[in-house]
Write a protein that binds this ligand. Sequence first.
Ligand SMILES: [Zn+2]
Length: 190
Amino acid sequence: MSTTSASTKAGEPVVSDTLRAMRDAARAGGTVPAEQVGEWFQTIRDQLYAEQRPVRLEACATGSPHWIQVDERGWHRARKERQKLRALYVHPLPEERRKGTLDHTWSADRTHCTRCNSPHDWAEPFCDPPKEPVRIPLKRQPYNPLWVVPALDRLERAMRREGKQEREYWNREIAQMRRSIEEHTKETQP
Ligand SMILES: [Zn+2]
């Protein structure tokens, strides 16, 4: 049995320490004392259900290799469109966690605290409502003209079904666009 305990390290253990310890214990085989499991649970609960709020949300459109930062509305839209989603959580450092002194205010059905939202069964001894997370502001995404090339390819194929005049006009336009994309990417890529 592995005795690699996250708590033997300096400072408060974090989720990754605990997961590593759990993985090591599973690899070593044998049984793990209930006390150890309780310790793992405690760490994961404290770290995951404390002041965790996403500070950055990103979506990746189907078929696109690019993760784009979105706000909450964009996130819900992307969810509906079944895009890939990911969120960045920055959990507070141990010293940033405030020690509360207030009692919890239980909901009428006693399931959770109405101030800090702690579940009744898992609540910390004192009420400690989370601070608003500091959001990472949306930044302009870098633009790469090469992203439009697949659309040009598709347009070119679609143009084969058009009349001669229309086809020639658009083929000239597409060729012109391809040249400027080529020049631009040559200039910007050393
Ligand atoms: Zn509370």
